[in-house]
Design a protein around this ligand. Structure first.
Ligand SMILES: N[C@@H](CCC(=O)N[C@@H](CS)C(=O)NCC(=O)O)C(=O)O
Length: 217
């Protein structure tokens, strides 16, 4: 068994949607975490050492123990502390959230990247990639017709897990998104963007340098 760190370390890139959701969950869980803000183009050796795929986020929790998948970091955070029951009283939201994360992280993320960087995918105009992504927007819109957040009348883990990706999709062409037939989703996006957890995750910070003093999340 490895020694657990008293203060886990999060390597994170401010604009990365995976990092944003991990950061939001850690902040919400009120955990003491050391935040090392890094740049994707220049990942320090310390970050690479705790990410076999050279990606962020990565959360170092022990001498030789780390979590390098954002969804796993979210679940780890909520297992430590879940004050407003983002997972539900009996973790009943977790399974449904898993299914949304699956769609979000694989098919929707691919549509998002192709829409966002459509010039790199000249086989189709951006509109085609956007229409593919809209299948997920439509699914979320229908869920939001039942209640204000995706799975419940209050925020759950599902909202936080998909929000940074929907935000990116909306920002590719904000006038289009604002005029699109997704009123509930538009409202939800404003609400999620206004949370203190997102505001904190998206705050600009100094880029961490090896040997720099700790800054807490
Ligand atoms: N499945 C990973 C994906 C993380 C990921 O792909 N992060 C991107 C940044 S948004 C990354 O680090 N890319 C490496 C690069 O572009 O060099 C997770 O959920 O944490």
């Amino acid at each position: 068994m490895t020694d657990l760190l008293k203060t886990p370390i999060l390597y994170s890139f401010r604009r990365c949607p995976y990092c944003i959701r991990a950061h939001m969950a850690l902040k919400y869980a009120e955990l003491k975490i050391e935040l090392r803000s890094v740049e994707l183009s220049n990942l320090p050796a310390e970050a690479l050492a705790v990410s076999p795929h050279a990606t962020v986020p990565s959360l170092v929790i022990g001498e030789h123990e780390y979590i390098d998948e954002s969804w796993d970091i979210m679940k780890w955070a909520l297992q430590q502390n879940d004050p407003e029951h983002w997972m539900g009283e009996n973790q009943q939201f977790l399974q449904e959230a898993e299914m949304l994360v699956e769609t979000n992280d694989f098919s929707f993320k691919e549509d998002l990247d192709q829409y966002k960087y459509a010039d790199r995918y000249p086989q189709h105009p951006a509109r085609v990639y956007r229409e593919r992504g809209e299948e997920f927007l439509q699914e979320l819109e229908e869920m939001l017709q039942q209640q204000v957040f995706l799975l419940a009348p209050q925020i759950t883990v599902a909202d936080v897990a998909v929000f940074p990706f929907i935000r990116q999709f909306a920002l590719v062409d904000k006038p289009w998104f604002d005029a699109a037939p997704y009123p509930r989703l538009q409202h939800w996006l404003v609400a999620m963007s206004g949370t203190s957890w997102f505001q904190d995750a998206f705050r600009k910070r100094e880029i961490w340098q090896s040997g720099a003093t700790d800054s807490l999340l």
